[in-house]
Write a protein that binds this ligand. Structure first.
Ligand SMILES: [Cu+2]
Length: 213
């Protein structure tokens, strides 16, 4: 009798523990909010190159376990703007039958020194880990018209704007944030920041109007 009571008690405690952790996971899932809005820009046709991101969120964020890809296809870097969390490994792939190179000059913000990863052919790739916040402008020294951007961020709360100018950042913990709208060429569109308050299970609306000045 004593034994079975003990077993029942252990089972009950285990079950209670599981139930509690399940509830906690659910709470966490429900505790986040959304930042969304519309970006308008004068003088550019590629509004889908605008990146909107939370500048700083409390806590530390781990990068994606899998490398993310920057492809070279049809003489173009794809995607044109690649936001990643600090520590992410980027896999630079060449999908064209011509040789491509991957290099960048010293970042304007000083975050990354100039680097030349080399030149390789179709199907080959090279990895590089971006271990600090900042940005690099990718170039190919074989094709001067090729360029794209990698933006290394502190947290995963970012979105690339759609062709219609809309963006949505989901899963943001409640709090007050500074949000930045960034465009690769600051001479054409100046970056703007705005403050937003995110509440659990709610969508905060935050629109941006970008221009040269
Ligand atoms: Cu190239």
């Amino acid at each position: 009798m004593k034994m079975s009571f003990a077993v029942t008690a252990i089972l009950f405690v285990t079950y209670a523990g599981l139930a509690a952790s399940y509830v906690r996971a659910q709470d966490n899932a429900q505790a986040t909010g959304t930042i969304k809005g519309q970006v308008t820009a004068s003088g550019v046709k590629d509004i889908d190159h605008v990146l909107v991101y939370v500048e700083k969120a409390p806590g530390d964020y781990t990068p994606a376990k899998q490398p993310v890809q920057m492809d070279q296809q049809k003489l173009t870097f794809v995607p044109h703007v690649l936001p990643i969390v600090k520590g992410t490994k980027v896999n630079f792939l060449n999908s064209d039958s011509v040789l491509h190179n991957v290099m960048w000059k010293k970042s304007d913000d000083g975050s990354y020194p100039a680097q030349n990863l080399g030149t390789w052919g179709k199907g080959a790739s090279k990895d590089f880990v971006f271990d600090k916040e900042g940005s690099v402008g990718l170039l190919c020294n074989v094709h001067p018209e090729m360029e794209s951007y990698i933006v290394v961020l502190q947290n995963p709360f970012f979105a690339i704007v759609g062709k219609d100018g809309a963006y949505e950042i989901k899963g943001v913990p409640p709090g007050q944030y500074t949000v930045k709208a960034w465009y690769p060429n600051p001479k054409k569109l100046k970056a703007k920041t705005a403050k937003v308050t995110v509440a659990a299970s709610q969508a905060a609306q935050l629109d941006f109007s970008l221009s040269r000045k």
